[in-house]
Design a protein around this ligand. Structure first.
Ligand code: ADP
Ligand code: GN1
Ligand code: MG
Length: 360
């Protein structure tokens, strides 16, 4: 966040208030409970999300729809979806200037996120959480969603962007990463599977989240159950294979996304098994044969796609992903490619796990 912006000044523009309600049954004094809901303030990254109106319209529509669905099911709609807090003028965000656009959500209480160490139980719950999210949105009119980042998971276009970055070689790094470039381009042959399936109408277009990192789901602090799917900036029309694969890209790795010791980086098939069981417990009836058949490949595909995005950004001079050290994007790309190679050797095993999860 830029230095000159005072966060407390920003907050004055939102409809945030403490509420004093009558409390207890006293006969003498007037007693009020002062409730102080907590909130999340976020600066929207407008260099990536260039149209905040469309972005917030998507989020408002999706969360309103989810809220109704959760109410119909008798669930806790205060915690089951994000709630956008309006500005005093009734807007969905407050804009200082093009770089400083802020929004506020209600804080979802009593929850935790999982960053790196995760158990099969966590993965099962994450599967239930993302599966349930997609199930609740099954009837959402997908044509109402704006494409907040065009061609976000269009892997062949991501490969095109990599080829362009190699040609331009803006940071003068292409010569030093030949092995990574070769790996990326050698694997380009199967990278169009999902996009081609969608274009041919074999794979349905659904409402998808498109950024199903495990830390984009809030789990109940006490029970560990999935409570709320967050980070809805990339909710767009897409394939459920994007969400399934992307969740396991991080959820199924034995190491962090930027681990440099590659002999620590493996794909854990037990994580896949647990996530698939959870996800399919919600979504098995909705999925088509083609979608089911591509579940193992989706994990390899999303990991590969993320790897080429990191490599592209490295070649472009680190302009997209935040980095915390000099070769961070290269470390990430190598890490993802190591996982791709490991997943490739396990696809048969993963397919058997899907079959077993469908029966169980
Ligand atoms: P980013 O796009 O930068 O990943 P997120 O929207 O995922 O941003 O928010 C970052 C983190 O903030 C989340 O991983 C979560 O820990 C926390 N968070 C975000 N929104 C809420 C919320 N409404 N209630 C509780 N925690 C939240
Ligand atoms: C970004 O914002 P965050 O950390 O949830 C990226 C994802 C990548 C991920 C890699 C909008 O996600 O697509 O998979 O980093 N989000 C965007 O860690 O590009
Ligand atoms: Mg996030």
């Amino acid at each position: 966040m830029s230095r000159e912006i005072d966060r407390n000044d920003i907050l004055k523009h939102f409809a945030i208030g403490t509420v004093a309600e009558g409390y207890g049954n006293g006969h003498i004094n007037d007693t009020y409970l002062v409730t102080m809901p907590r909130y999340i303030l976020q600066r929207i990254n407008t260099s990536i999300f260039r149209n905040p109106d469309q972005l917030m319209e998507n989020i408002e529509n999706v969360t309103a729809f989810l809220r109704e669905r959760i109410k119909e099911d008798g669930g806790d709609f205060q915690r089951g979806t994000l709630t956008v807090v309006p500005t005093l003028e009734g807007g969905r965000y407050y804009k200082v200037d093009d770089e400083n656009v802020f929004r506020v959500y209600r804080f979802v209480e009593g929850t935790k996120t999982i960053e790196n160490s995760k158990t099969p139980e966590d993965l099962y719950e994450a599967g239930v959480g993302f599966g349930h999210f997609q199930k609740l949105l099954a009837d959402f009119p997908v044509e109402r969603l704006h494409e907040t980042i065009k061609d976000f998971h269009h892997t062949p276009k991501r490969i095109e962007a990599l080829r362009q970055a190699i040609r331009e070689d803006r940071a003068g790094r292409a010569g030093s990463v030949r092995a990574e470039i070769d790996f990326a381009l050698e694997n380009a042959s199967w990278a169009g599977s999902v996009v081609q399936g969608m274009e041919a109408g074999r794979i349905p277009v659904r409402v998808t989240h498109n950024d199903t990192k495990i830390n984009n789901i809030l789990f109940d602090q006490d029970t560990g159950k999935a409570v709320c799917v967050i980070d809805l900036d990339t909710v767009m029309p897409g394939s459920m294979l994007y969400d399934f694969g992307d969740a396991l890209r991080i959820g199924g790795s034995t190491a962090a996304e930027d681990e440099v010791e590659l002999d620590k980086v493996w794909f854990d098939e037990r994580a896949f098994e647990a996530f698939a069981k959870g996800y399919l417990s919600e979504m098995r009836e909705a999925l088509t044969e083609d979608e089911l058949a591509l579940l193992p490949l989706s994990v390899k595909l999303m990991t590969y796609e993320c790897g080429i995005r990191f490599l592209t950004d490295y070649l472009n001079g680190d302009t997209y992903f935040k980095i915390h050290r000099e070769h961070h994007n290269l470390d990430r790309a190598r890490n993802q490619f190591k996982l791709v190679a490991d997943i490739a050797g396990k696809e048969g095993l993963l397919a058997k796990m899907v079959e077993a999860a469908l029966k169980g």
